[in-house]
Design a protein around this ligand. Structure first.
Ligand SMILES: [Zn+2]
Length: 164
């Protein structure tokens, strides 16, 4: 079983470091992947100090890119750490998994870039419709907000179509 789980990590999170897959649960329409970070600590988003002193932990459920026609939802165990720097205004912070999650997002980073690519190709309403075909429920205005948040249209990849 352990070997299978190791292969699952390569399969499900090929570019993400320090991630452990704990479970994969498939029902009729959705895949639920339980995972957590294996890193010893995390860096404070404000001052950059690393901490391994855990304040608490909770579960987060970001939507991920669909697989074989099913919705994919992660069930991520997320730790909250104390910031070790007394001069920092932030007392505690939640860990983010680099390349996978970001603060306050209900999507994984790869779903975010998929939706942004769809939005770039099709814009708001058609983009939202296309996302529903992919099994992701997203509003037209959320698609447009994703486009507004893009730092540089060239970063989105082949679907961006704006490379010179
Ligand atoms: Zn800090």
């Amino acid at each position: 079983m352990e070997e299978t789980l190791l292969r699952l990590e390569e399969l499900l999170f090929p570019s993400i470091a320090d991630v452990a897959v704990l479970s994969v649960d498939v029902n009729g329409e959705a895949v639920k992947i339980g995972a957590r970070s294996t890193s010893a600590g995390a860096a404070c988003p404000d001052c950059g100090s690393r901490s391994s002193r855990i304040h608490s932990s909770c579960l987060r459920f970001p939507a991920d890119v669909p697989s074989a026609g099913r919705r994919v939802v992660l069930c991520l165990g997320v730790r909250r750490f104390f910031c070790p720097d007394d001069s920092c205004a932030r007392r505690t912070f939640a860990e983010q998994m680099s390349g996978l999650t970001r603060r306050h997002s209900r999507w994984t980073e790869r779903l975010r870039s998929t939706l942004a690519a769809v939005g770039l190709a099709l814009a708001g309403r058609a983009g939202a419709r296309m996302a529903r075909v992919l099994g992701v429920s997203v509003s037209r205005s959320a698609v447009l907000r994703l486009l507004d948040a893009l730092p540089d249209p060239g970063d989105v990849g082949p679907a961006g179509g704006r490379r010179r």
